[in-house]
Design a protein around this ligand. Structure first.
Ligand SMILES: Cc1cc2nc3c(=O)[nH]c(=O)nc-3n(C[C@H](O)[C@H](O)[C@H](O)COP(=O)(O)O)c2cc1C
Length: 312
């Protein structure tokens, strides 16, 4: 391919400019470093770290993954090294890469989210934050932050106050009646972008033993099975707000990427596909470049918002 006529893949997510619209998704790409010998991190639009909490978490009992038709279930239990070990051990190595590093942040109370961000704010080498609000709020009887607009507003507001330096993305839960309500609440509380969406709570069991196929009774469903459902959520979000959207759910091929962009996402993330092929995200950048070249579209503006929403 003649690079002089290569398509321009860079995208703006609010004030943030990414080299291209393909990022690796949280929980499926470790802290990036584990993939650096297989993937050229500098070719990606960026990647999102495993979810970080105030204290290290050991996670759920095995088995943690179970394959299902067109996807898989996971119950990892948000295992992570804790935010301080991330800053001390992972970030110094990540700094030598020229890729956007987005820290995924979670907690079980407002103060947890704010505290994790405060620790990260003092560190060099991060591009932004992605708030996972699919966690139960222990102080409010376990109700998910992401399923109630008031709770979502509060947690995003608390994080926004702590995140003075960097962009704040909010990753929405798919398990809601009206995702537009949560999207509006997150936007009003200061989100710079919305990541749509997380996994779908689901189950698999062995009828012989009567036990879960996972160490936990339930897990999160991801992979191609969820793509059509999540595409609709992106569309609903697009209709509700003008906030930039990062779409993810079941992306495996360049067509999947283009569908998400056409329905209103500004960028996408690749999750489960990295389990079958660790190079999936980089491969998609190359496929996107080639596909745009073939159809003679030289910017992503040609594809963006092709699918009409009342809001576009
Ligand atoms: C094993 C595994 C671990 C995950 N861990 C996290 C996490 O720590 N934080 C988070 O926000 N999402 C997490 N996710 C959700 C993914 O980032 C993504 O939203 C979901 O898998 C849907 O995308 P996909 O179908 O491309 O995998 C995890 C997903 C998987 C499969």
């Amino acid at each position: 391919m003649n690079s002089a006529v290569a398509a321009e893949l860079s995208v703006n997510i609010g004030a943030l400019r990414l080299r291209n619209p393909i990022l690796a998704a949280s929980g499926t790409f470790g802290y990036g470093l584990e993939f650096a010998h297989l993937v050229d991190l500098n070719r990606l639009g960026g990647f999102v770290t495993k979810g970080l909490s105030r204290e290290p978490i050991e996670g759920a009992p095995a088995p943690r993954l179970y394959p299902t038709a067109s996807g898989m279930l996971n119950a990892v239990g948000l295992q992570n090294v804790g935010v301080r070990a991330f800053v001390a051990e992972k970030l110094p190595v990540l700094r030598k890469f020229e890729t956007a590093v987005i820290a995924n942040v979670f907690g079980y109370a407002l103060e947890d989210y704010a505290e994790v961000i405060r620790v990260l704010e003092d560190a060099e080498g991060l591009t932004g934050y992605e708030l996972n609000i699919s966690c139960p709020n222990v102080k409010r009887g376990g109700m998910q932050f992401g399923s109630d607009p008031v709770l979502a507003f509060e947690v995003v507001g608390a994080a926004r106050k702590a995140a003075a330096k960097r962009p704040l993305w909010v990753k929405l839960s798919p398990l809601v009646t009206d995702i537009g309500l949560i999207a509006r609440a997150a936007t009003e509380a200061g989100a710079d972008a919305l990541t749509v969406a997380n996994t779908y709570p689901a189950m698999a069991l062995d009828f012989r033993t009567g036990k879960s196929r996972l160490g936990n009774p339930t897990g999160g469903l991801s992979g191609p099975a969820i793509k059509p459902i999540t595409l609709r959520l992106v569309w609903e979000t697009r209709k509700a707000v003008r906030t930039p959207i990062i779409g993810l759910g079941g992306i495996e091929t360049v067509e999947d990427v283009l569908e998400y962009l056409a329905i209103g996402a500004s960028a996408v993330q690749v999750g489960t596909a990295s389990f079958t092929d660790p190079r999936a995200s980089q491969q998609l950048v190359e496929d996107l470049q080639r596909t745009l070249f073939d159809v003679k579209w030289f910017t992503l503006n040609e594809i963006r918002d092709r699918f009409p929403s009342e809001n576009s």
